[in-house]
Design a protein around this ligand. Sequence first.
Ligand code: SAH
Length: 215
Amino acid sequence: MTDTPSPDLVRLIMELRGQGVTDARVLAAMERVPRAAFVDERQQASAYENRPLSIGLGQTISQPFIVGLMTDALKLGDRMKVLEIGTGSGYQTAILSRLALRVYTVERHRPLMKMAEERFRRLGLSNIVTRHGDGGEGWPEQAPFDRIIVTAAAPELPEKLVEQLKPGGIMVCPVGPPDASQVLLRVTKHDAGKEVENLGFVAFVPLVQGVARDV
Ligand code: SAH
């Protein structure tokens, strides 16, 4: 991770800056995480393209711009405890782990979880705690969290997750039907209610209930 970033990664980071991901800490974290380590051999040549890529089991590694936008929107601090729903490849998790104290991440596909764990181990990311389960339930034993990020589209705002936020906490979550227009929402929890902001249109794989029965 301390290696000099590849020219393709440096170009991608410049592109993200141009697209409006301006937080220097977020850009620096993204520059230190080699996206190539999160995709398989067939995707190596595309690893630093600014688009989602397949990671198997019908799932995708998010577009780098969206990862930057969501990470920026979370306003992370380095003492924070973060919950991520939808580990997938583990790419977003790795970036969060560079910016927060500890990241708890939940994935419903065991094979994806196992591959992500192996990547975290190889990259020496030791502040990530993984769980195979239904992220729609959150992680009640570890709640409350300073921040929550959902990387799959929920049919409606998941109140169960909002409950697991600390007062003043922030959750970023795509909301909307599968294969149709979804919006990225940022929820800030206050003692008396919550503030919801619309950060724009996005396209995510759906948040699916229950754990997957993978062979
Ligand atoms: N952040 C990931 C994006 C993965 S796509 C990355 O950068 O690679 C979204 C992931 O959410 C998929 O892996 C999918 O299996 C997972 N997912 C969908 N519904 C879920 C649920 N209820 N609980 C946990 N994970 C879920």
